[in-house]
Design a protein around this ligand. Sequence first.
Ligand SMILES: [Zn+2]
Length: 512
Amino acid sequence: MVAWIGASLALMPVAGAQNTAQDLPVFGRSQAVPNPPPPALQNLPQGLPDLGDPSAALLSGVQERKLGESVMREVRGSGGYLNDPEVVGYLNELGNRLVNAVPGAPFDFEFFAMADSSINAFALPGGFVGVNTGLILLTQTESELASVLGHEITHVTQHHIARSLGNQRDAMLAMLGALAAAVLVSRSHSSSSGDMTQAAIASASGLAIQSQITFTRQNEEEADRIGFQRMVAAGFDPTSMATFMERLQRSTRFVEGNAPNYLRDHPVTTQRIADAQARAQGLPFRQVPDSLDFQMVRALLRSYEGTPREAVAFFRDAIAERKYNNEVAAHYGLVAALLRAQDLKTAQAELTALEKTAPPHPMIEGIAGQVLMQSGQLKAAITRYQAALVRYPRKMQLVYDYPEALMKDNQASKAATFLTEQLQRFPSDGPLHQLAARAYAALGKQLLQHQHQAEFYAWQGNLKAAVMQLELAIKAGDGDFYQLSAAESRLRAVRQELVDQEKDSGSNRRAG
Ligand SMILES: [Zn+2]
C-alpha cells in the first residue's frame, strides 16, 4: 500500500466511526503557535502581497506551484505512478471539466493516478490531484468520481494546502524529505525489488502520519460543501457525493482493525453523509448518464487486476452473466485482458466483434492499434494510427503508439520527425522525450538521443541521471553548433536545479 499521500490529504472517512472528529487532537493544531520557518522557507522572497489570508502571504501561488512540481517529479519517478495515457487523459478531461465549471481556478490543474488498490485521493500543493486506482474502481458512476475530484480540487482552490503548509510546514517538509529518500531507495533497487519501494514509501507514510499533516475539520467541511457546488455546476448527479460516502463506509467497515491511520484520523461521520444528503435534497433530481470513457477506463483498470488469466476470466464471466454496467466497456475490457495475456488471435476476434457494435471511440482505435502492432501487422497498425490521429489528434495513447509502430517498422526517421512536431505541442511530456531518445538512438544521432533521455529523467525527477545524459550529449560530437550550445545551457540549468534540490533536501532533513 502506498499510503503516504493519504496522510497529508486524506479524503476520507472511515469506518472507525467511534472516532468522532471531536476526539481528535489533530484538529486543534491549526491554533498552535508556529515554529520558526525551516531554512528552506526562510529564503523565500519577502514582501508578498497580503491577500488577507496569512497562509497566502506565507506561500505565494508561484512558490506553491514550484513545490508541487518538485513533489510531482518525485511521484512520477516512484513506481506507484500509473503511466497509462488512457487513464491519465480521462482523469484530466473529467478533472478539468470540474475545474472549469467555476471560473477563477488559481492553477492549471494536473490529474494523475497511482497504481494502488487502497482507496484514496489527494491534492498536492500547486494544483496536482492524484487518485488511487482502487478508488476509481470503487466508484460506480462517473458522478461519484466527480464528487471525489470536486472535493480535492476545493482543497486547492480554497488554499487549504497553503494554509496547512503555513501551520505545519515543518512536518510537510519533513515528509517531502522522507519521500525523496524513499524514491532514492526505490531507484537504487529498481531492478529487483518493488517491495523495497513499498517499504520505503510506507516509512515516509509513517513519518507523515506521525507529523499529523492534515487539513482541519473546517477545511474538510468546506471541501465537501464547495466541492459539491462545483460538481453540480459541472452537471453531475447531486446525490452522488452522499452515495459514494455510504459506499465507502460499507467498503471499509470490515477492515476497521487494520485501517490505516489516516483513515482513522478522518472519520466519515454520519454527519458528513447527512450534510451531503441535505445539500442534494434542495436540488431537482437529475439523471446523469456516465460517459463511455468512464466505463472504458474502469474496464481497462480492471483488466490490470490479478493475473492476466484471471482478468480474462473476470470479463468472460461478466459478459456471460451480463454482469456489467456497460456492454461495450465489458468487451473492451476483455480485449485489454486478452492483450495482456498475449492471446493475440482471440483479442483480434473479440475486437472485430466489439467494433461491430461500439460507437467510434479513440480508446478502441488505441487498442486496435496495439492488437495489430503486437501481432506484427505493422503496416496495418501504421495506417490505422494515421487515420485515428487525424480524428483524435490529442489522444496521447495514439500519439505515443504511432511512433512506436514506425520504429518497429524500421522507420525511425519518420518517427523522429513526428516526435519533434509533437514535442512542440507538448514540450514537457516525459514519455515523448523517451520515445524521441529511442528514435534518435536508432538513427545513430547521439547528441539528440542523450538530450531527450536527459529530459525524460528530469521529468521523472532524476536530475543526476539527467546531468549524466547531458554530459554524454556534449561529448557525443555529432551535433551542430546550435544543438551543442543548447545542450550546454540545459546542462548548466539542470546542474543548478540539482544544487538547489540538494540544498532543500538537506534542510528537510534538519526540519525532520
Ligand atoms: Zn479532504
